[in-house]
Ligand binder design. Structure first.
Ligand code: 6PG
Length: 236
């Protein structure tokens, strides 16, 4: 586990973007699963501001680790957030964008998207392998859209499942633990004091009642990009 603790959210965005740009530069094609959330938003803004030409976006295929079951123009949509903060600002071919169809029936879309991953990505032991999975972590220790109250979804046989937000009841399509842990690289983007107790519980104590604690890529390449606020309970 590689811990990167930076002073501010902006520095998290800067350092992660350097890591991301290096990954793109050293690969022919990259299949990357994106996350929603506030920290990815800051990262997307930085990538759009600083790496429009420094990254060859034609090498990058974008997918989502999870999506809310809403239409793509809905403010709740992770896809819409990515379009607003990144996709409309960089030159990435339309055919490289593989969004989860939030407007479709959740169950049929989870099956469809699972098949998309199975056909677009290389398979390792019959599991789709991303080059990079970007994850956030909720204040409750969820990641992607696997929430503590549905933690058994993590071990589903499927590539994708339908999850439900514990408070709003909003349905989500999410990739599962086997897909996350098959990735060559996994990067958590976690900032803010609200995350600090769970960062301690997960990073320091390995408390597996939280889905984010179950992220353990077989490749061993797990990176945490944290600001000092989120890391405040693990740094002495
Ligand atoms: C989502 C995200 C989710 C997010 C966490 C953290 O669809 O909401 O994929 O897993 O990463 O909720 O979000 P914040 O960084 O905004 O707290």
């Amino acid at each position: 586990m590689n811990l990167n603790i930076l002073a501010t959210k902006q520095e998290v965005a800067t350092v992660f973007s350097e890591y991301f740009a290096e990954l793109v530069a050293t690969n022919e094609t990259l299949h990357i699963a994106l996350s929603g959330g506030s920290t990815p938003k800051i990262v997307f803004d930085h990538l759009a501001e600083t790496y429009t030409t420094a990254i060859d976006w034609s090498k990058v295929h974008l997918y989502w680790g999870d999506e809310r079951c809403v239409p793509p123009e809905d403010d709740e949509s992770n896809y819409k957030m990515t379009v607003t903060h990144l996709l409309q600002k960089v030159n990435i071919p339309e055919e490289n964008i593989h969004r989860i169809l939030g407007e479709e029936n959740p169950t049929t879309e989870a099956i469809r998207y699972g098949k998309v991953l199975g056909s677009q990505l290389p398979l390792v032991a019959n599991v789709p392998q991303f080059d990079l999975v970007i994850l956030g972590m909720g204040d409750d220790g969820h990641t992607a859209s696997i929430f503590p109250h549905e933690i058994t979804l993590w071990d589903a046989d499927d590539n994708c499942v339908v999850a439900t937000h514990p408070d709003s009841g909003q349905q989500r399509v999410s990739i599962t633990g086997k897909v996350i842990n098959a990735a060559k690289e996994v990067a958590f983007l976690v900032t803010g004091t609200g995350k600090a107790p769970k960062v301690k519980a997960i990073v320091e104590l390995g408390n597996e009642t939280y889905p984010a604690a179950l992220v353990a890529p077989i490749s061993g390449q797990l990176h945490w990009f944290l600001d000092r606020d989120a890391a405040s309970e693990i740094i002495s």
